[in-house]
Design a protein around this ligand. Structure first.
Ligand SMILES: [Zn+2]
Ligand SMILES: [Zn+2]
Length: 251
């Protein structure tokens, strides 16, 4: 008996098969031919190995012999807001290019493929407590209205689907923030501190849960940190920041 819930999956598979015949795949990284996927085997391997020994606290890629007991040089002794961060790899080379492409809605189809590689490279994401939920970092509604798309949503949707867990939108961004990269750390933290609120209707759902907080890039950690603090104030037990690119910026 054909299960109706499998129908969308089946149609998706058929669609992809037809598409592969009409538009042969090429690798999104090196442009070589790729068989039914946006990464050729070599580039996929490089993505999987992009961050072999990251800091377990802030996700910063480290050398194999670096000491990251209780964090690394960038995060040790600093309160982060989240409990740990997981990144596919450093925000450079192909990962940077893929993150930049994902910022544009026509490339949202890349999100599930990036999430697949991220899941394969991080066993921790396959061993989560029951009740774990996925939460994207939201844009301010005005920015969302201008763009009509948030790449963090695309990644969060793909992650929730792959892990078969709930995706929630408990956060709202209180005010549009200016680009943070140019600001000094103290100024960034001051601006970000109250940047997120949890919708009152969401608090009961968050209580005691592990939250995978999803964004495309983590640089200073100020954005994910502020969102994680808001989630914890609302009762979340543990917040793991999950990103594609970890940029070299002090957490
Ligand atoms: Zn390739
Ligand atoms: Zn660290």
């Amino acid at each position: 008996m054909f299960e109706s819930r499998l129908l969308p999956h089946w149609l998706g598979e058929c669609g992809r098969a037809v598409e592969a015949l009409v538009f042969p795949w090429e690798c999104s990284v090196c442009a070589d031919p790729a068989a039914g996927a946006p990464f050729c085997p070599g580039c996929r391997r490089e993505l999987l190995d992009a961050s072999p020994s990251p800091c377990e606290r802030c996700g910063l890629p480290m050398g194999p012999f670096a000491d990251h007991t209780n964090g690394c040089y960038a995060c040790r002794g600093r309160p982060l807001g989240f409990d740990r961060a997981i990144a596919l790899g450093p925000y450079q080379g192909p990962i940077r290019d893929l993150c930049l492409r994902l910022k544009h809605e026509p490339n949202a189809w890349l999100a599930p493929w990036l999430v697949d590689v991220l899941l394969e490279s991080n066993p921790l994401l396959r061993d989560l407590p029951s009740g774990t939920c996925v939460v994207p970092i939201p844009l301010h509604w005005r920015r969302y209205w201008e763009r009509g798309y948030n790449q963090a949503d695309a990644l969060a949707n793909a992650l929730a689907r792959r892990l078969r867990v709930r995706r929630l939108w408990p956060l709202k961004r209180v005010e549009p923030t200016p680009p943070l990269v140019t600001l000094a750390r103290t100024e960034r933290l001051r601006i970000m501190h109250d940047a997120f609120r949890v919708k009152s209707s969401a608090s009961a759902t968050l209580k005691g849960r592990t939250i995978l907080l999803v964004d495309d890039i983590l640089t200073t950690g100020a954005t994910c940190g502020a969102a994680a603090r808001a989630l914890k104030r609302a009762g979340a037990a543990r917040v793991i920041a999950v990103v594609i690119g970890r940029a070299e910026g002090k957490a």
